[in-house]
Structures are given as C-alpha cells and as structure tokens.
Design a protein around this ligand. Structure first.
Ligand code: BG6
Length: 484
C-alpha cells in the first residue's frame, strides 16, 4: 500500500524529535511500503537536500541504538522531500495538491496530513485543505495535542474538522495510547479471565495513576506557561489511561466499540464543584532544587516564563466514577515536572483480606502497571516466610518485564500510531466526543483556580511534589507508591 505522509510544521520540534525518528524506526523495521513519500512543509525556503542535511544533524540527538548509520540515513532520506508553504495562502494548497499528484507511479493509496503545528492553525489548515479538494476519501488527518485550550476552543476545532472530514478520517493523537503498556492493559483486562471478577469496587480499594517527569520545562517555557500540567497531561494522557482502566468490556475490538465505552467512563466522572476543587485538587509549582544530581532552577527562572506566573507544574487530584462498578473507589491522578524520578505507572491497590489469621500488620495485594521507564507488570502477593514462632507473611512479587519478553516486537508509541494512521486503524485515537467530555470535566478546576487568591503550592525540584499531595491520599488511609 503506497502513501504520502505530509508533515505541516516540518521544521518544528515535534517533527524532528518524535515523528521523524519514529518513522525512521518504522523504516528500519521494514514497515514502510515501497512508494512511500514523506513530505515536510514549513515556512522556510530550502531544497530537499538542505532539509535532509538539517534532519541529519538533528538525528545526532536521537538516543544510541535508535540513531541511524550514515548508510541507513541516506536510504531513509531518499523518501523525504521538502516544500515551503505559507499556510494562510490558498494557492499554496493548490501547489501542495499538484505536488501530491506528481508521483512517479499512480496516486498514493493513502494521503495522511499530520498537523504538527500550533493548534491555532488547525482550523485554517483544515478549511484550506477542504477548499483545495484535499479531503477525498483517501485522505486522513492527524491532529496533535493540545486540541484546544478549553471546551469552547476544542468544540470549535472539532466543528471545522467535521465540516471538512468524516469522523473516520480524523485521527486525534494521544501518544500515551500508543505506549505498549497501554495496549497491554487491554490485553490484561480483556484477554485474561481472572482479573475481570476482581476489577470492581468489591475488591479494589483505590487506583493511583502517576505520570512523573524529572525534566523541567526546558525551552518550552512560552508554550507551557500558557498550558500548565492540568491541560498538558491530565486532560488527555491521565484521563485516557483512566478510561482504559475503568471501562466496561467492549463488545468487540472495533474503534467505536472501545471509544463508546471510554466515553461512558468520562461521563460518569464525578463533576467538580468549587468546594471539591479546594478539597480534592492540589496544584504545585517547582522551586529550585536538584534533578539527576544537578542543581536546577525554579520554574519562574526558566527561559521566557513570567516572573509572577501562577502556572502549575504539578497536579494531584482525587476523583470517583459514579457507576455500579466503581462507586466510592477513589481514583488518584498525579503528574508533575521536576519530580524525583521519571516514572509513569498505575497502581491498583486491592482490599485487605476480610479477616486476618496471620500475625503482623496485614498487607494488601497490589498490581503495578509500569508504563515507563520500564514496561511491565508487577503483581505483589503475600507468601509464608516461615519462622520459629509460627507463620508470618512476606510480600513477594510476580514481576513481568515486557521489554525483555517481547524485545523483538517492541514498537515505540509514535511509530505505532503513525503506522495505525497510515493503515486507517482508529482504535488508539481519541474521538471528538471523548475529548470534549474530558474538557467539560477539567473546566471547573480551571475556573476555580482562576478565582482562587493563592496560586500553586511550591515544591522543591527533585521531590515528589507538595506535601498536600501526600495528605490528599493519607486522608483516606492510603499512601503513594514511593511512600509505602
Ligand atoms: C507531552 C507533554 O504530551 O507528553 C509534555 O506535552 C510531556 O509536556 C510529554 O513531557 C511526556 O511524554 P512521555 O512519553 O515522555 O511520557
């Protein structure tokens, strides 16, 4: 199957940091069919060769084993082309159309437009693509997050996208859905019989989702300051993980069967009020500290961040899902920059046994779904340790390392999602109604914060965030995983 993949924002960070390296991996794994073209467009005037040289330099930053050799890069670069384009000019879309038609062989089976630009250009690009007739059934459009800034702007983008494309042509990306561990979550829940009967309020005490980063905002200050952790990580990545954890078994593995179930979870999330935001949501902002053994500056001293910024770099919150399966079970979501470690994981804390017959403090079972840096599953059980004074219990772990077990088949998130978009598989992409519902749920938090006098709580870079985040779980007798 032949395809043309067009990157709008062809010289942007996302393109060279994530998309091109992911495509290179797909190329290396033999997944790009013959006749594939990768077409980058951006504002600068440059030739194909200049663009390839620029890309070659950028690829030097790709980590070790994933970096191409000289010879591999040359073969990959032969698929890459560049054109200058002013995205506000209708005639430039005409040129793009012509360029797409100029193929050595027949027209591509599929044309994928990847919008790796600032989201304020999305509506303009989609409208212009439509006006140029570049919305026929062989076309797909990939929209990178953030999609909008709030419910209204997300609805506006979705309205335009829908007026130009069918929903089945729109691929809203959330790269967390492409992570192998997230697909494993589906496999764990719906490919095995023994978790399902336990996957409910009767057996589960609470669920904790942590998406922690040790990095600061680096050079992304201007973008990040207008965004903050709630919009950057909770509205999308953390909520998507929550839907995958909590949804009812879908009737099939079809995209809409899955997305219908995910939407129901989002609709069942307990709405926030100003009182519950004050009680159940903690926001923080990092102060100077240490990360990976080095002194690092405060958020307010990062490049291009206003000195009086109230943007949060940390959020921890408690929510509930109001349905029969989950009523009353706390779901804790937490994310932050400049935390003690890069660590993304989901911890399912099971309830204690109803009656203890062994001495010592009773402990409960835990299932840890590790997203990164490792990708795996750990089930913590209790076993008899044996002692002269009678049986005592000790925790033991069933520790599955998927990176090792499936090393040959591991595919990175962007590689997986790019290949899915090319093949037209929508399962791991977000539908517009899901996304709007997620905005609807986070908006009361944004509104309450805007009215609050105090800003985010300070925390030291390299810590696990403000103490109030520990208090949030401690209130109900729980702890975060690093405090166990
Ligand atoms: C992006 C956010 O969506 O996800 C970034 O905009 C964040 O701020 C990144 O750093 C984290 O992704 P990953 O895959 O490195 O956990």
């Amino acid at each position: 199957m032949s395809f043309d993949l067009v990157f709008f924002g062809g010289t942007g960070d996302l393109t060279w940091r994530k998309l091109m390296p992911a495509l290179f991996q797909a190329f290396r794994h033999g997944k790009l069919p013959g006749g594939a073209r990768i077409l980058a467009v951006a504002r600068d005037e440059q030739s194909d060769d200049q663009y390839r040289d620029w890309l070659r330099e950028r690829f030097k930053e790709v980590e070790g084993a994933k970096r191409p050799s000289q010879e591999e890069f040359e073969r990959f670069a032969a698929l890459v082309f560049y054109r200058r384009m002013d995205l506000s000019q209708a005639e430039h879309y005409g040129h793009l159309k012509q360029w797409l038609a100029e193929r050595p062989e027949e027209p591509a089976d599929t044309v994928v437009f990847y919008l790796a630009t600032s989201p304020h250009l999305f509506t303009q690009i989609c409208e212009q693509l439509g006006a140029a007739g570049l919305n026929h059934e062989r076309v797909r459009v990939v929209l990178e997050k953030p999609l909008g800034h709030d419910l209204k702007s997300a609805q506006q983008i979705n309205r335009v996208v829908r007026s130009v494309f069918d929903e089945a042509q729109a691929f809203r990306i959330d790269h967390y859905l492409g992570k192998p561990s997230v697909q494993n979550l589906m496999a764990l829940r719906f490919g095995n019989a023994f978790f399902e009967p336990l996957w409910r309020r009767e057996s589960i005490a609470n669920i904790q989702i942590t998406l922690a980063e040790s990095l600061g905002v680096g050079t992304r200050g201007p973008f990040y300051d207008g965004t903050g952790a709630l919009r950057d990580m909770i509205q999308n990545h953390a909520l998507q993980l929550l839907t995958m954890l909590a949804m009812e078994p879908p009737a099939s593995n079809d995209a809409d069967a899955i997305r219908d179930e995910k939407l129901k979870v989002l609709r069942a999330l307990k709405p926030f009020t100003p009182e519950t935001v004050a009680r159940d949501v903690v926001r923080g902002q990092y102060r100077a500290g240490n990360a990976d053994g080095k002194a690092v500056p405060a958020y307010l001293d990062e490049g291009k961040v206003p000195a009086d910024s109230r943007t949060e770099t940390f959020v921890a919150l408690r929510t509930e899902i109001q349905n029969w399966r989950w009523a009353g079970v706390p779901f804790y979501l937490r994310t932050g920059k400049r935390l003690a470690a890069r660590d993304a994981q989901i911890v399912v804390n099971f309830r204690q046994v109803p009656h203890a017959i062994f001495p010592g403090k009773p402990r409960a079972n835990r299932l840890i779904i590790k997203l990164q840096p490792e990708d795996g599953l750990e089930l913590q059980l209790l076993a008899a340790k044996g002692s002269a004074h009678g049986e005592t219990l000790a925790p033991v772990s069933l520790d599955l390392d998927f990176d090792k077990a499936f090393a040959a088949n591991r595919v990175g998130a962007y590689e997986r999602l790019l290949l899915d978009a090319i093949a037209g598989r929508l399962n791991l992409f977000v539908r517009s109604d899901e996304q709007e519902q997620a905005w609807r749920w986070v908006e009361p938090i944004l509104d309450a914060w805007a009215r609050e006098e105090e800003g985010p709580r300070p925390y030291t870079a390299g810590s696990w965030g403000p103490a109030a985040a520990s208090a949030l779980v401690a209130r109900e007798g729980f702890t975060w995983p690093e405090e166990v």
